[in-house]
Write a protein that binds this ligand. Structure first.
Ligand code: ZN
Length: 417
C-alpha cells in the first residue's frame, strides 16, 4: 500500500488520538502516575508521553507535578494526574426512595454529591424533572459548566432504551414510555449530551471502575430496593443486549406458583427477594420503605426469631437465583448493591450455602459475593462515570476545542487504495 502525504498525516493523527485516549484512560482508572510509569503502562515511548501529556496539561485536562525524590535510581520523572476541575461530569439518579445528583471530576474525584428523600410511589415526570434540575444546579454551583462539562448521566430505576433515554417501563415510578432523556435535556439546557441508563447497569459500571470490582472483568451487580435490578459485565464490557434492555435479572422467573409481578408475569425473582416480600415474611406491613427494613434488621440483630426467619428465606431465594446466574455467566464476583448491601451481613452464610447448592461446582468455586464498595451511591457514581465515556474515547476533540488544532482533525479516515 502506497500512502501519499495526506494519508500519512491522517494515519499519524489517528495514532495521536488513540494514544491520548490510552493515556487518559490509564490515568482515569488508576490515578496519578509518573511519566516513566506511564511509559511502562502504555507501551508508548518516553518522548511520546512527554509530548502528549504536554498537550493534556496545555488544555487544562492534566496537571504535572515535580517528581518526588525517593532515592529511586535513574532520573526522577514528573508525576501526571488528571485535573478534576478540568473536565467534570454531572450524574443524576432517580431511585425509588430518593433523588440524587453528583459532580465528578475527570480522574474520578467526587466534587459534590447530594441526595434527598423522594416520596415513594408514583410521580409525574414534571415533578421529577423540576426536582432534578434543582439538584443539578445545587451540585454544579459556580462551576463553569459551559466549557467543562463532559456529559450528563442519569440512572433510573426502570427499563431504559439507551439510544434516546426513553424509559419504557418503571413500575415503581408509574412510568411507561416516558421520554426522560429528551425532557431532561430541555430542562437542564446544559451544553452536554444527556445519557440515561438503568440504575443497576450503572451500578455495575461504577463498581467495576471504582468499587469492589476493580480488576474484575466478569461481574454481576444486583441491586435491590422494591424491585431487583441487575447489571452484568462480561469480559470487561457491559452486557446490554440489542437495545440496552439486557440484564433484567429481577424478572427471571424462579417460582411459577408464586406471586404476580409488577411486570405482568408471575413468580419473578424480585417477587421472592424484593423488600415487600421480606417485610411480609416477617409479618410486617409491606409498604414501609427503607426505615422498616432498618427496623427489621435491628430486631433480627436483637434476636427476633420472625425477622431472622424472614431474612433466611430471602437469603435462600437470593442464593437460588444467583446459582442460575453463576451457571450462565461464570462471574468472578457478585456485587450486592442497594438494600442487599445492608442486609448482606445477616444473610451471608445462608446465601452462600444456597448458591453453592444450586450452582455447578466449578463456577461456584470461582465466585465471591461482596456488598457494593460504593454503597447506595454506586448507580449515581456510575451515571457520572458513563458521562465521561466520550472524553475518554477522544480527549483530542476536547483539546482541539480548547486550543484549536494545527491541522483540522478529520474524524473519517480515508480508505487507502
Ligand atoms: Zn417481573
Amino acid at each position: 500500500v502506497n500512502l501519499g502525504p495526506a494519508e500519512i498525516g491522517q494515519r499519524s493523527e489517528t495514532v495521536r488520538r488513540s494514544n491520548l485516549s490510552t493515556i487518559v484512560r490509564v490515568l482515569h482508572a488508576g490515578g496519578a502516575l509518573s511519566r516513566s510509569d506511564l511509559v511502562a503502562r502504555t507501551g508508548l515511548t518516553r518522548s511520546a508521553i512527554r509530548s502528549l501529556t504536554g498537550e493534556l496539561v496545555a488544555a487544562d485536562l492534566a496537571i504535572e507535578e515535580p517528581p518526588t525524590l525517593l532515592g529511586t535510581p535513574g532520573r526522577p520523572s514528573p508525576v501526571v494526574r488528571l485535573n478534576p476541575e478540568g473536565s467534570i461530569s454531572l450524574g443524576l439518579e432517580i431511585a425509588v426512595d430518593s433523588l440524587a445528583a453528583t459532580v465528578v471530576g475527570l480522574g474520578g474525584e467526587i466534587l459534590a454529591l447530594t441526595r434527598e428523600p423522594r416520596h415513594r410511589g408514583h410521580s409525574s415526570i414534571d415533578e421529577v424533572i423540576v426536582a432534578l434540575a434543582r439538584l443539578a444546579d445545587h451540585v454544579l454551583d459556580e462551576r463553569p459548566a459551559d466549557t467543562r462539562l463532559a456529559g450528563i448521566g442519569v440512572a433510573v430505576v426502570g427499563v431504559v432504551r439507551e439510544r434516546d433515554g426513553l424509559v419504557s417501563m418503571a413500575p415503581n415510578l408509574g412510568w411507561h414510555d416516558v421520554p426522560l432523556g429528551e425532557r431532561l435535556a430541555d430542562a437542564l439546557a446544559l451544553p452536554a449530551a444527556v445519557g440515561v441508563a438503568n440504575e443497576a447497569d450503572l451500578g455495575a459500571l461504577a463498581e467495576h471502575r471504582r468499587g469492589v470490582g476493580v480488576g474484575t472483568d466478569d461481574l454481576v451487580f444486583i441491586s435491590g430496593e422494591v424491585g431487583v435490578g441487575g447489571g452484568l459485565i462480561v469480559g470487561g464490557r457491559p452486557l446490554r443486549g440489542a437495545a440496552g434492555y439486557g440484564g433484567e435479572v429481577g424478572h427471571m422467573v424462579v417460582n411459577p406458583a408464586g406471586d404476580a409481578c409488577r411486570c405482568g408475569s408471575v413468580g419473578c425473582w424480585e417477587t421472592e427477594v424484593g423488600e415487600e416480600k421480606l417485610l411480609r415474611r416477617a409479618g410486617r406491613p409491606d409498604s414501609g420503605g427503607a426505615g422498616s427494613v432498618d427496623a427489621l434488621l435491628k430486631d433480627a440483630a436483637g434476636g427476633d426469631l420472625r425477622a431472622i426467619a424472614a431474612l433466611g428465606e430471602t437469603a435462600r431465594w437470593l442464593g437460588l437465583g444467583l446459582g442460575s446466574l453463576v451457571n450462565v455467566l461464570n462471574p468472578r464476583l457478585v456485587v450486592l448493591g442497594g438494600r442487599f448491601g445492608r442486609i448482606f451481613p445477616f444473610i451471608r452464610e445462608t446465601l452462600r450455602t444456597e448458591l453453592d447448592r444450586h450452582a455447578l461446582e466449578a463456577p461456584a468455586r470461582l465466585v465471591s459475593v461482596l456488598p457494593a464498595g460504593l454503597g447506595v451511591d454506586a448507580p449515581l457514581i456510575g451515571a457520572a462515570e458513563r458521562a465521561f465515556d466520550s472524553i475518554l474515547a477522544d480527549p483530542a476533540a476536547v483539546i482541539a476545542s480548547r486550543l484549536g488544532s494545527a491541522e483540522p482533525a478529520n474524524p473519517y479516515e480515508r480508505a487507502s487504495a
